[in-house]
Design a protein around this ligand. Structure first.
Ligand code: C2E
Ligand code: MG
Ligand code: MG
Length: 601
């Protein structure tokens, strides 16, 4: 721009004289000035317009003949683009200072019709032959496009292309600003880390296009859940972070999180799909959980993992102990990777007893892991880790094979027939090859499908309803039984029990434990038994530890039970001797204090 201006100024300095004295040279100058893309405007010493080239006519909307003689400020209205205040007349300044000057950045020219154009300029005095200032010249360039481009580039450097939401860079900036304001106002800032549950599955099964549309829909809903001053950002994939700039209390963040859980979970109608997806949210607060954006996001992420582990579709506040757990998890994951090869797994079997006949009718295979250094690790610790790191499929396949082979071996040894129950994680069940692999294992081990029972938790039933029903139907057709494990702790919806072909439910041990204590939980046990009966389902009680619980369950006609009262999970050899001995040596049931029960039960 500067080069151009000084080149032009050299020409223009000569213009008045040339035009006056040499007609050909004047024509040349006119031609040259009208050919260039920049607007060139001259004023005389009094500040009135003396010349406009073609580009200037176009830019200002003033034809030369009308503009000539008018005050420069009438034709050239230049404003600051933000404040919309007029800026000092650059031509007048050039004349007064006798120097070339530039407009401040971010200026706009108001055209004759009132529209604006963003401009950059230089203004310079015009001298006659004697060096006297005779007027001024201004060269203006339309930089609207260039500025739009710069703004677009700045926007895309700070926003996510798919959803248009702020990206991590802008989020960090906003969090740090919010921290500064919260500190001044003695308020909290909340950071919510959201991750969709099982998004990968939607993406893999329905394609990226649908996945993208779902992410856009989730983004819109999240924005609707927050106030104008808050920020919803997308970090990539199915991860979103929401900044609640100033919150009074943790409750306020909790209710925002609840709104988001609901908003995301309601049906998304996309093209030809009606999709449902849930999300898990971790929440961290400034100042308690971190001093800067990075720490707050990291801790909210850790809390989000905990929310997933606690069963998904929920939110969780960050707690410092979670970090210790995260390190612990990593160590477990590393250990699990070597466990199958290192033969560190073993199955123990716990008897299931028919309450009417007292016979052992089944065994539940329970996985045991002996870590070479830590010793035994409980399934409640390592199963969630195996699920989240994708090892559960391999481990589950090993469990199934081992349990089927064991049941078949006992049968081959002439021991009484029992049903073998195997626990299956929701993640295993979701695997498209699950059914195929299961049938192959049955064929290889030779176990009769009627002797196999799968224990699934309620969470399996709420995801991918259609395909789950179809797998369950195929299992039933083959003779494999399906039991709902831990009933009462999850979604406990009657409708799924009606729609899903399952053969039994296991009342969760937390309810069984309440038997004998007054209150609603023993009522829960009786209600579940009644409900199961009306749906023609078998009822199994787990975690039976006392005779009183047993009496209660028998009285209410629970079909089967399992628990320390009957027998702990044991190694295969012990279980075989138990079967060989013809069942359990149980103490006679003595009438107890549970007065409502008839004597003898
Ligand atoms: P679950 O399927 O509900 O298994 C019952 C759990 O209760 C077992 O814990 C069992 O040892 C314990 N238990 C049995 N009787 C009693 C009792 O009278 N009192 C008390 N307090 N507890 C009793 P375990 O073996 O630690 O397994 C915990 C959970 O881990 C299982 O719950 C199951 O969900 C999961 N799990 C175990 N093995 C496997 C497996 O091979 N695959 C999968 N996916 N999950 C497994
Ligand atoms: Mg179980
Ligand atoms: Mg259970």
């Amino acid at each position: 721009m500067k080069h151009l201006t000084s080149a032009l100024l050299q020409v223009v300095d000569e213009v008045p004289a040339l035009i006056a004295k040499l007609p050909q040279a004047g024509e040349f100058a006119h031609f040259a000035l009208n050919s260039i893309g920049d607007a060139v405007i001259c004023t005389d010493i009094a500040g009135n317009i003396s010349f406009l080239n073609a580009a200037a006519e176009k830019m200002t909307g003033w034809p030369m003949r009308e503009a000539k003689g008018k005050p420069g400020t009438e034709v050239l209205q230049i404003l600051d683009s933000r404040s919309r205040q007029a800026i000092a007349d650059p031509m007048e300044q050039a004349i007064e200072s006798n120097q070339t000057g530039h407009l401040p950045l971010d200026t706009v020219l108001v055209r004759r019709d009132g529209t604006t154009v963003q401009v950059e300029d230089s203004a310079a005095p015009i001298h006659d032959r004697d060096g006297q200032v005779t007027g001024a010249i201004i060269v203006l360039r339309d930089v609207s496009q260039a500025r739009t481009l710069v703004l677009q580039m700045a926007h895309s450097a700070q926003h996510d292309a798919l959803t248009g939401l702020p990206n991590r860079t802008l989020l960090n900036d906003r969090i740090n600003k919010a921290i500064a304001i919260s500190t001044r106002h003695h308020r909290k800032t909340a950071v919510l880390f959201l991750d969709l549950d099982n998004f990968k599955h939607i993406n893999d099964s329905l394609g990226h296009h649908v996945g993208d549309r779902l992410l856009q829909s989730v983004a819109r809903r999240l924005v609707e859940c927050v106030r104008g001053g808050d920020t919803v950002s997308r970090l990539g994939g199915d991860e979103f972070v929401v900044l609640l700039a100033e919150v009074e209390s943790m409750d306020e963040a909790a209710s925002a999180a609840t709104r988001m859980l609901r908003a995301v979970a309601s049906v998304h109608s996309l093209d030809h799909h009606e999709l449902q997806v849930t999300t898990s949210i971790g929440v961290s607060f400034f100042p308690a959980d971190g001093e800067d954006a990075e720490a707050l996001i990291m801790n909210a992420d850790t809390a989000m993992y905990q929310a997933k582990e606690n069963g998904r579709q929920r939110f969780q506040f960050y707690e410092p102990t979670m970090n210790i757990r995260a390190v612990e998890r990593q160590a477990l994951e590393l250990g699990l990777r070597g466990a199958l090869a290192g033969r560190e797994f073993e199955l123990h079997y716990q008897p299931k007893v028919n309450l009417a006949t007292r016979a052992v009718v089944g065994a539940e295979a329970l996985l045991r892991w002996t870590h070479p250094v830590r010793g035994s690790v409980t399934p409640r610790e390592f199963i969630p880790v195996a699920e989240s790191c994708g090892l559960i499929q391999q481990i589950g396949a090993w469990v199934l094979r081992q349990a089927c082979a064991q049941a078949q071996a006992w049968r081959g040894a002439g021991l009484p027939a029992i049903t073998m129950a195997v626990n299956v994680s929701a993640n295993e069940f979701r695997d498209e090859t699950y059914l195929e692999n299961l049938l192959a294992t049955l064929a290889e081990t030779g176990l009769d499908p009627n002797s196999l029972e799968l224990e699934l938790t309620e969470s399996v039933m709420i995801n991918r309803v259609e395909s789950t029903i179809s797998i369950l139907k195929s299992l039933r057709d083959k003779g494999v039984k399906v039991v709902v494990d831990d009933f009462g702790t999850g979604y406990s919806s009657l409708s799924y029990l009606r729609n899903f072909p399952v053969s039994a439910i296991k009342i969760d041990q937390s309810f069984v434990r309440q038997i004998g204590t007054e209150g609603e939980d023993s009522a829960m046990v009786t209600a579940v038994i009644g409900m199961a009966r009306s749906l023609n389902l078998r009822v199994v009680a787990e975690g039976v530890e006392t005779q009183e619980q047993l009496r209660f369950l028998r009285y209410h006609r629970c079909d089967e039970a399992q628990g320390h009262y009957f027998g702990w999970p044991v190694i295969p050899l012990k279980f075989a001797s138990l079967l060989k001995a013809g069942g359990l040596a149980l103490p006679p049931i003595v009438p107890g204090k549970a007065a409502r029960l008839p004597a003898g039960l």
